[in-house]
Design a protein around this ligand. Structure first.
Ligand SMILES: [Zn+2]
Length: 121
C-alpha cells in the first residue's frame, strides 16, 4: 500500500515495524480493549493450543480496536483512518513539528512483578 502525500512524497506501507506508521486506539475504547484482552487471555492456557488461542483472541481484540495512521517523513502530514478505513490528512501546525512522531522509543522491559500481575495494568 502507498499513500500519495499532498507534498508529493510517497508514504510506503509495504512491511512491518515502520517508523512512520502507528496503530491508534481511541481513548474511549482503551479500557474496553484492555478488558477484552484480559478476557481473551484468561482461562485455561496450560496447553500450547490454549496459549495460541488466547494469543489469537488478544491480537484480534487489539487489531479490531486500532486505526491505522501514517506520517509523511518529508512534510510531517498525518494520515489517519476513520471508522470506515478511509485515510484523512492532518497538517502540522508548525514547520518544526517532528516528522518521526511514530518512531519507537527504546523498549522498557517489564519487571517480573509486572509480568506476573494477574490484575494487569
Ligand atoms: Zn508530505
Amino acid at each position: 500500500m502507498k499513500i500519495h502525500c499532498a507534498c508529493g512524497a510517497v508514504i510506503a506501507d509495504t512491511t512491518d515495524a515502520l517508523p512512520h506508521k502507528a496503530h491508534v486506539v481511541p481513548d474511549q475504547e482503551w479500557h474496553a480493549v484492555l478488558d477484552a484482552i484480559r478476557a481473551a487471555v484468561e482461562g485455561a492456557a496450560a496447553t500450547p493450543d490454549g496459549r495460541r488461542l488466547n494469543w489469537a483472541r488478544a491480537c484480534t481484540v487489539l487489531s479490531n480496536a486500532a486505526r491505522l495512521a501514517w506520517q509523511c517523513r518529508d512534510c510531517g502530514r498525518l494520515y489517519l483512518d476513520d471508522h470506515d478505513n478511509q485515510a484523512h490528512e492532518f497538517i502540522p501546525g508548525s514547520a518544526d513539528a517532528p516528522v518521526e512522531i511514530f518512531r519507537s522509543r527504546p523498549l522498557v522491559p517489564l519487571s517480573p512483578s509486572a509480568q506476573a500481575d494477574p490484575q494487569g495494568p
